[in-house]
Design a protein around this ligand. Structure first.
Ligand code: KIV
Length: 273
């Protein structure tokens, strides 16, 4: 069902949704058609995540992903999404070395058409530098047991003070995530962080069945697109070998008279129809 409201999602809208207890919906996208479909479905925000290393580039982790990989995807997603708020994920070693590198790489994402960037970890100094450059930042914390909830809350509060625009919590008990979300003014979204946060993020490839390496407990499969594509390709291979494809409806044909005219009155030309 295409989104009714075509207005661009802004940070003001995302903040209002938190205040009014309206859940915010996020999904990853790495290319133009995925962005078009996400936008059309009415998601509020799209993450161009470095998870593309595994889902799209075939790496075993996100470590080999470069800024070039990310920017190519970011540009494609920006071309495909006119409504959703877009976030570019700063990959490994694009922000760790210095504030200058962090700001420059964040700026490259904005030039590629993203609305904000995501930074993993409690990188208070980097987040402040990027925010001071006028770029919105999503901080990404998590993958920790409940015993560390207080530590994460302290980190989140420091990031909020540094100017961080929103927070993404990954892989933690819903009670911890709830405690953090209710103590922060900025929107707090979750991926595998339960239902008490201000909104959800899901990796599109998990959601539609295009990633098979592993399936986390928090993933819900809404369809098996991978299986559908696999059987379509197998059918195509079989039909070409069995001479069923291409068939009449897929041919371009020339009428006999036209063909003969083209070939100079048909001298020596033989063809089957
Ligand atoms: O790259 C990504 O998709 C992410 C999510 C796992 C949060 O960072």
């Amino acid at each position: 069902m295409p989104a009714d409201n075509k207005d661009k999602v802004t940070i003001l809208k995302l903040r209002k949704q938190k205040q009014n207890n309206v859940k915010t919906v996020g999904v990853t996208a790495y290319d133009y058609p995925q962005a078009l479909m996400a936008d059309n479905a009415g998601v509020d925000w799209i993450l161009v995540g470095d998870s593309l290393g595994m889902t799209t580039l075939g790496y075993k982790s996100t470590i080999p992903v470069t800024m070039d990989d990310m920017l190519r995807s970011a540009r494609a997603v920006a071309r495909g999404s006119s409504r959703a708020f877009t976030v570019g994920d700063l990959p490994y070693m694009s922000y760790q070395v210095s504030n200058e590198e962090a700001v420059r790489n964040a700026g490259d994402f904005i030039q590629a058409g993203m609305d904000a960037v995501k930074v993993e970890g409690c990188m208070v100094e980097r987040v402040k530098a990027i925010c001071d450059a006028g770029i919105m930042v999503m901080s990404h914390l998590g993958l920790t047991p409940h015993t560390r909830a207080k530590i994460i809350l302290d980190q989140a509060l420091r990031l909020q003070d540094a100017g961080c625009t929103f927070l993404l919590l990954e892989g933690m008990p819903r009670e911890s995530a709830e405690m953090i979300a209710t103590n922060l003014e900025i929107p707090v979204y979750g991926i595998g962080a339960g239902d008490k946060v201000d909104g959800q993020l899901v990796i599109m490839h998990d959601l539609v069945g295009l990633f098979w390496e592993f399936k986390s407990k928090f993933v819900k499969r809404y369809c098996e697109a991978g299986q559908m594509i696999q059987s379509a390709l197998t059918e195509y291979v079989n039909e070409v070998r069995d001479l069923q494809f291409p068939s009449q409806e897929n041919f371009y044909e020339i009428k006999d008279e036209e063909l003969e005219k083209l070939l100079g009155q048909g001298a020596g030309w033989k063809h089957d129809k």
